[in-house]
Write a protein that binds this ligand. Structure first.
Ligand code: NAG
Ligand code: NAG
Ligand code: NAG
Length: 477
């Protein structure tokens, strides 16, 4: 009896000590104890938890910058807390826990463009805070980022635009082999499909119909002058073969690729029009050896295998003129095959594309369903900068004569996208007026301005966003 109670006393004692240790660790983290240097303004803001997480780190590396994935849905790590070890030698502590926004060690914030919410921002933004934007998605996913003012908010960007610090322009392009390795279906067989199996010269597969680029209105008019097989929900006129099931727009379905390969031309229209926004809609036809008829980034040619591999709608004054050209090309095998020359000579002649492919620090294969590891690459890019800032702040705390790091921010003007416009005047009660992308685009500008104003006012509570926005909404009405 006595022995047992003594053992349990020991166990309780050990547990108590363990608990004390755990508490002191978490306190240390919460209070920033053990950090010998101070950032002035940082400590004046209470560390208000906005989230309750089960996992609290027991050991925080005391001397690493913290970077928060503010838009936590994209947190690309398995664990809630991770020490990021980059090949450059930099290490950062990366976490989705917003409650550490004002921890003295916090230097950086990652935002995923689609989820960037003006009402929930890590304010006040301190001089040392680096805002980093990752966005490979369509410009339509966040109209605030279509404007110079919106992009100016960030210090470092990884977006589809080539002017990014860490450009991911070729994000939907696995690489050179992807374009070159697959042989096209021969032109004579394509001709046979048209003659004997009722194939149209063009294929269209689209199920997202009501989009800012207003692609369907263009295709609809084109269809008046040339036959188009449309398998998706939009302008549907042909059912998929039975062995092909949804989602047909899956880039990786080999049966789907086999179907496109039988066509001479593929209608490849992006959902939004903005410089350098290009998707698998463009790169997939090149892969299977069908010629893309493209509407999207006006600069798309600069990323094609050579200067004669796509047909751009903007080179034609109307869908009718485009159709005439396509008819001619459809009748002339030699002229058609010129568009597939890169497959024959097995070469990417375009130096700009080679440059981008060679320079990008991430790689992926066609089978990699997560696309490239570019977000991880960007994390390290930002971590390098955060370490630099962190070390500089420490030095400055010890020796105020140390010069601060020169601020770096994004020149938003390079990233601006044009306002969405309908392809032609919509009829009354058209879906265009329901979605009103043009209005959304201008609201995006107001929203970006309101965020900028919050920063200029050193606002510490982003839930006051609507007050800042009101100034611009009033002007509009
Ligand atoms: C911004 O606000 C914080 C507190 O919210 C304050 O400590 C800091 O000095 C302010 N910065 C400027 C430049 O006014
Ligand atoms: C297209 O590329 C070919 C071969 O590289 C070159 O001879 C030709 O001048 C180029 N044409 C244009 C319009 O750039
Ligand atoms: C980040 O960008 C903002 C402007 O958008 C700028 O005021 C700030 O100094 C920059 N910070 C750093 C660390 O470069």
């Amino acid at each position: 009896m006595k022995v047992i109670s003594r053992i349990s006393a020991i166990i309780i004692g050990v547990l108590f000590i363990a608990l004390l240790i755990i508490c002191s660790y978490s306190n240390e983290f919460d209070e920033g104890v053990g950090v010998t240097w101070k950032f002035g303004a940082a400590n004046s803001t209470p560390d208000t938890p906005t989230h309750n997480f089960n996992v609290v780190p027991r050991v925080l590396p005391k001397d690493l910058p913290i970077i928060i994935w503010w838009t936590e849905n994209l947190y690309p790590h398995l664990d809630k807390f991770d020490t990021l070890s980059c090949s450059s030698g930099s290490n950062c502590y990366v976490t989705p826990h917003q409650r550490y926004a004002h921890h003295p060690q916090t230097i950086g914030f990652y935002f995923y463009g689609t989820e960037f919410m003006p009402k929930n921002l890590p304010l006040p933004r301190l001089q040392k805070h680096i805002w980093a934007l990752a966005h490979e998605e369509s410009p339509l996913n966040n109209f605030a980022l279509n404007h110079a003012v919106g992009m100016n908010l960030f210090n470092y960007t990884a977006t589809y635009h080539r002017a990014s610090d860490y450009p991911i322009t070729t994000f939907s392009f696995p690489g050179e082999k992807f374009i070159l390795n697959r042989s096209p279906v021969s032109t004579s067989i394509k001709n046979e499909y048209q003659k004997n199996q009722g194939f149209a010269p063009l294929i269209y597969v689209q199920s997202h119909c009501e989009v800012p680029s207003d692609r369907d209105r263009y295709v609809e008019e084109l269809m008046q002058y040339i036959k188009v097989d449309s398998y998706g929900k939009c302008l549907h006129n042909k059912d998929l073969p039975l062995d092909l099931v949804a989602p047909v727009e899956n880039m990786f379905s080999s049966k789907f690729k086999d179907l496109i390969a039988k066509y001479k031309f593929v209608i490849s229209f992006e959902n939004a029009i903005c410089n350098d926004y290009m998707t698998e809609k463009l790169f997939r036809p090149l892969h299977v050896g069908a010629v893309p008829v493209y509407r999207g980034s006006p600069l798309a040619r600069e990323f094609m295998p050579d200067n004669h591999s796509i047909i751009m709608t903007e080179d034609f004054e109307s869908p009718k003129a485009l159709a005439e050209f396509l008819h001619q090309l459809n009748e002339n095998d030699e002229a058609y095959e010129k568009y597939l020359e890169f497959k024959k000579i097995q070469k990417i002649r375009n130096e700009n594309l080679r440059y981008h492919l060679d320079r990008r620090p991430w790689e992926y294969t066609e089978d990699d369903k997560n696309y490239g590891p570019f977000f991880e690459g960007f994390e390290c890019y930002v971590c390098d900068k955060a370490v630099e800032m962190y070390e500089n702040e420490k030095k400055r705390a010890q020796d105020p004569s140390t010069p601060p790091i020169k601020p770096k921010y994004t020149d938003g003007r390079k990233f601006a996208c044009p306002a969405p416009e309908p392809f032609k005047k919509p009829k009354e009660l058209d879906w265009w007026f329901i979605y009103d992308y043009t209005e959304q685009y201008w609201q995006g500008l107001d929203s970006a301005r309101a965020v900028r104003d919050m920063l200029l006012a050193n606002e510490s509570d982003s839930s006051k966003y609507s007050q800042y926005l009101a100034k611009y909404s009033k002007r509009q009405n």
